[in-house]
Design a binder for this molecule. Structure first.
Ligand code: ATP
Length: 357
């Protein structure tokens, strides 16, 4: 097991910075998920930790020791990618024990380790079969078993579930989280799927444009985003983002003549006195229709729709359409009093995108 530390890590490809001054400590045994849009630098960071890409500057440290100059094979890491490459001519058992055989590990030790991973991964019935006979989810499980059989200090996983059918992915995700906790191996997992990150991670590292935006536990990432990007990247349906203009006595909703009054108290005085345009971020679960005359603001209800068991409504502010949860079974085309839960209000500086409250 190992603690991994990235110190001011920068990775350049020619003039392009794929990773820009990233610092992070992953604790021994922790499950950290790197999350972010395509091209933000997640895989490059992972490959650098693995020793497959050179850092341009900064350090990668395992248990306090810089490993920049160590080859990938000397780092005691195991890596599993999106597309598994099992040896097609070897049985599942032979595939799993391959790394131990290649290192000349003694037979009794191989047998003991095989029993252990077979038990952990519940692969007992598959050992005599060949990769082509297994569905993709099971093949990925074999790849994981092969990766951990030699007790790596670090497990690096790059979108390992994204090639698996949706119906098995959920099950595999659950199993993977369970296995990681059982094994206690320090794990870094890369994905662009926020649901995957939310369900697996001890902590999420959110990246954008080659930099870390926020490092938080999943709940905190959801309820306490540091900026507009973090707020909108996490959560489905996504956070509503409403233009606000501070005016005397309230906050005018952009493109309308509707003004929020009580909500103004949630914005710190320094942000109000700067008189800069703001954005209100509010998740659909924090927007409701109410019949109480003193609560909320009157806005047109645009549409009503169901997603599974939940019903949502959309409402208009000027040209922009936003969403809330419909507990009242409202009708489209009506007017409704829309109420924003005070505790769910996130205010951002419109120019910088940074949270102000
Ligand atoms: P994805 O999920 O699409 O893989 P990512 O966040 O993992 O996204 P990276 O694969 O780390 O992104 O790539 C970051 C950027 O670095 C991309 O613009 C990519 O084109 C570029 N890049 C990666 N490897 C190289 C390379 N060897 N040479 C040049 N550019 C590269």
């Amino acid at each position: 097991m190992a603690e991994i530390k990235l110190k001011n890590l920068t990775i350049e490809f020619g003039a392009f910075k794929a990773v820009d001054d990233v610092s992070l400590t992953v604790k021994d045994g922790e499950f950290v998920v790197y999350l972010g849009p395509s091209g933000c630098g997640k895989t490059t960071t992972l490959r650098c930790i693995a020793g497959l890409v050179q850092a341009t500057s900064g350090e990668v440290m395992f248990d306090g020791v810089a490993v920049n100059d160590l080859s990938a094979s000397a780092r005691n890491i195991a890596m599993v990618f999106q597309f598994v490459s099992l040896y097609p001519h070897l049985s599942i058992k032979e595939n799993i024990v391959f790394p131990l055989k290649a290192r000349g590990v003694a037979r009794p030790e191989i047998a003991r380790k095989l029993e252990w991973v077979t038990d952990v991964f519940k692969l007992g019935d598959e050992l005599g079969r060949y990769p082509s006979a297994l569905p993709p989810g099971a093949r990925q499980k074999v790849a994981l078993a092969r990766a951990v059989i030699r007790d790596p200090a670090v497990l690096l996983l790059d979108e390992p579930l994204s090639a698996i059918d949706e119906q098995f992915r959920e099950e595999m995700r659950w199993e993977l989280g369970h296995l990681q906790r059982q094994l206690g191996v320090t794990t870094i997992y890369v994905t662009h799927d926020q649901r995957e990150a939310m369900s697996l991670a001890d902590r999420i590292v959110l990246m954008n444009n080659s930099r870390i935006v926020q490092v938080s536990e999943p709940d905190r990432m959801f309820f306490d985003p540091v900026d507009v990007f973090a707020g909108q990247f996490i959560g489905s349906p996504s956070m509503n983002l409403i233009d606000l203009e501070p005016v005397a006595g309230g906050l005018r909703l952009g493109g309308s003549d509707v003004t929020l009054t009580a909500e103004r108290d949630r914005v710190p005085q320094w942000a109000l006195s700067a008189k800069r345009p703001l954005k209100l971020g509010v998740r659909p679960i924090n927007v409701h229709l109410t019949e109480e005359p003193d609560v909320g603001v009157t806005l047109p209800v645009d549409d009503v729709f169901s997603v599974g068991r939940e019903r949502f409504f959309s409402f208009r502010i000027g040209e922009a359409i936003h969403q809330g949860v419909d507990k009242r079974r409202s009708r489209a085309g009506s007017e409704g009093r829309v109420h924003f839960d005070p505790d769910g209000l996130l205010f951002f500086d419109a120019a910088t995108g940074r949270r102000v409250n």
